[in-house]
Design a protein around this ligand. Structure first.
Ligand SMILES: Cc1cc2nc3c(=O)[nH]c(=O)nc-3n(C[C@H](O)[C@H](O)[C@H](O)COP(=O)(O)O)c2cc1C
Length: 241
């Protein structure tokens, strides 16, 4: 452990934050237990501590539950089945090899946990559609941003969303961030009466995860620090961590 942390209460805080960050996983099966409104508001207020360029705080979030969530999910599913939504293109084609390998690894682990054969297009589509009903979570969130802003401000929105997930996890609440909502902006805009300047960036499922669901037991691997970071100018004692 870092010397600066060893002799202070800071070490306990670091362990706590680390445990919360490392225990957050994308959860895709939820208990029916509802979420208290105050709890959600507390999570969002914590998340609003996120930094943003020049403190412009560009995040907007719509939180839906109950019949409003169900009506939205119904409208999204209807649009999906009507084929009225353009096919999502979340990644460039071709995807560089290093990313394609990780994407394929994700797909293999994900569909195996669901007992879905990767060649079974119908079963994959059904699972994909479950995104649109927030995987059965009691609460759904839609994150929007002013479409006039640049990619710089979308970073702020991502930081805010990560804060939402960590603040939720610290309270025992699980989440799944979902870009799957982005292609459905028009439907979402109509259902939630968004302002014309807003664009839907992504959504999120939120609730108490079902720990017994196999889909919630998939651990997605991460690269080691030495594989994605280059530390220069430090003494060699930490090399190779
Ligand atoms: C911006 C973003 C969009 C995502 N979109 C989806 C999605 O639409 N559907 C889904 O099931 N998971 C989605 N995920 C979850 C990722 O698949 C997941 O975070 C990744 O596989 C790592 O797993 P972990 O979060 O459990 O550690 C998304 C994650 C991020 C950060």
């Amino acid at each position: 452990m870092d010397n600066s942390l060893r002799d202070s209460g800071q070490a306990a805080i670091a362990r706590c934050v680390s445990a919360v960050m490392r225990s957050r996983h994308a959860v895709r099966a939820f208990k029916p237990r509802p979420l208290d409104r105050k709890l959600v508001e507390d999570v969002l207020q914590d998340a609003a501590a996120a930094p943003s360029g020049a403190n412009i705080q560009p995040w907007r979030v719509y939180v839906v539950t109950g019949t409003v969530k169900e009506a939205l999910a119904d409208a999204l599913l209807a649009a999906s089945r009507a084929g009225s939504v353009p096919a999502p293109a979340h990644f460039p084609d071709p995807l560089p090899d290093v990313f394609r390998a990780r994407l394929q690894d994700f797909g293999a682990r994900y569909y195996e946990s669901l007992g879905i054969d990767r060649t079974d297009a119908a079963a994959r589509l059904r699972q994909s559609e479950r995104n649109l009903s927030f995987f059965g979570a009691p609460v759904g969130l839609l994150f929007t941003i002013d479409r006039r802003l640049k990619s710089h401000s979308w970073i702020d929105l991502g930081l805010f969303a990560q804060n939402v997930m960590i603040a939720a996890k610290a309270r025992g609440i699980d989440t799944c961030p979902q870009v799957s909502f982005a292609p459905f902006h028009e439907v979402i805009a109509t259902q939630l009466q968004l302002e014309p300047c807003e664009v839907t960036a992504f959504g999120m499922s939120m609730g108490y995860g079902n720990p017994h669901a196999p889909v919630n037991q998939v651990a997605m691997p991460r690269e080691r620090v030495r594989d994605f970071a280059r530390l220069v100018g430090f003494p060699e004692e930490h090399a190779g961590r």
